[in-house]
Design a protein around this ligand. Structure first.
Ligand SMILES: [Zn+2]
Length: 241
């Protein structure tokens, strides 16, 4: 089981860790700041730096399919993993610029959820864009949503997470907005993300600490994917044409 430092502190960009195992399928550490692909959010990339200065580039991060609770750091193809014997100390460092983009977009998708009161049936968060599919038939207005996001960003709402019991979640089914991603069960507790006065829902992803940190995010496209699906695509204002 890998200790998930990113769940408690999304601002961490590096940590010291010990190699548990290393192979072509990936590297497992005892603890990590690398977020594994999940809940729509892309996995982190970065590097593992050994005591002698050896660097292994990490191109993606996934949850281990067989080993519950273990996180796989995927090395770049043809990496020499000889220096990563079990028990070796390394510094795990994420690509902080890429992660920052994930955090800004991820928090922006929560703002979008607050503006569009319909169930979500798909979500993808990358460093270049984010998209959210809403289960609804009504049309959506691009400018209106961009203005709504800018308002919530300017209002500087604190963003924080806390843990609630599964019983508490069951007693409040309206908390679960997503049709496609159910919160993980069986641990006795569920992580919820709260944006003060704006949004509250189970979420395991990484977010900025205040909506003001989302910055200038706009709706770049709205697509009708099916009779009952409206896809909203978000982009950074300074990158959008
Ligand atoms: Zn979230």
């Amino acid at each position: 089981m890998t200790e998930e430092l990113f769940r408690e502190d999304a601002a961490l960009t590096e940590c010291e860790a010990i190699v548990v195992s290393a192979g072509v399928e990936g590297i497992v550490l005892d603890r990590t700041v690398f977020y594994p692909l999940g809940g729509g959010q892309a996995g982190d990339s970065g590097e593992l730096v050994g005591a002698g200065g050896t660097r292994i580039a990490i191109v993606d991060t996934r949850k281990h399919k067989e080993l519950a609770g273990a996180i796989l750091h995927l090395p770049a193809p043809d990496s020499d993993l000889a220096a990563l014997q079990p028990g070796t100390r390394v510094t795990a460092r994420i690509d902080a610029v890429r992660r920052r983009a994930h955090m800004r977009f991820h928090t922006a998708t929560h703002l979008l959820c607050a503006l569009v009161p319909h169930p979500v049936d798909g979500c993808s968060i990358t460093a270049g864009y984010a998209r959210l599919d809403f289960h609804m038939a009504e049309p959506l207005d691009k400018e209106q949503l961009s203005t709504g996001i800018a308002r919530l960003v300017n209002e500087s709402h604190p963003v924080r997470h806390r843990w609630i019991s599964e019983d508490e979640l069951d007693a409040n089914p309206q908390l679960v907005r997503s049709m496609s991603v159910q919160p993980p069960r069986g641990l006795g507790r569920v992580r919820v993300l709260e944006i003060d006065g704006v949004d509250l829902q189970p979420c395991g992803g990484t977010h900025v600490a205040n909506t003001s940190d989302v910055g200038r995010v706009i709706v770049t496209k709205i697509e009708k994917k099916s009779a009952m699906t409206r896809r909203v695509v978000l982009g950074f204002a300074d990158q959008a044409r």
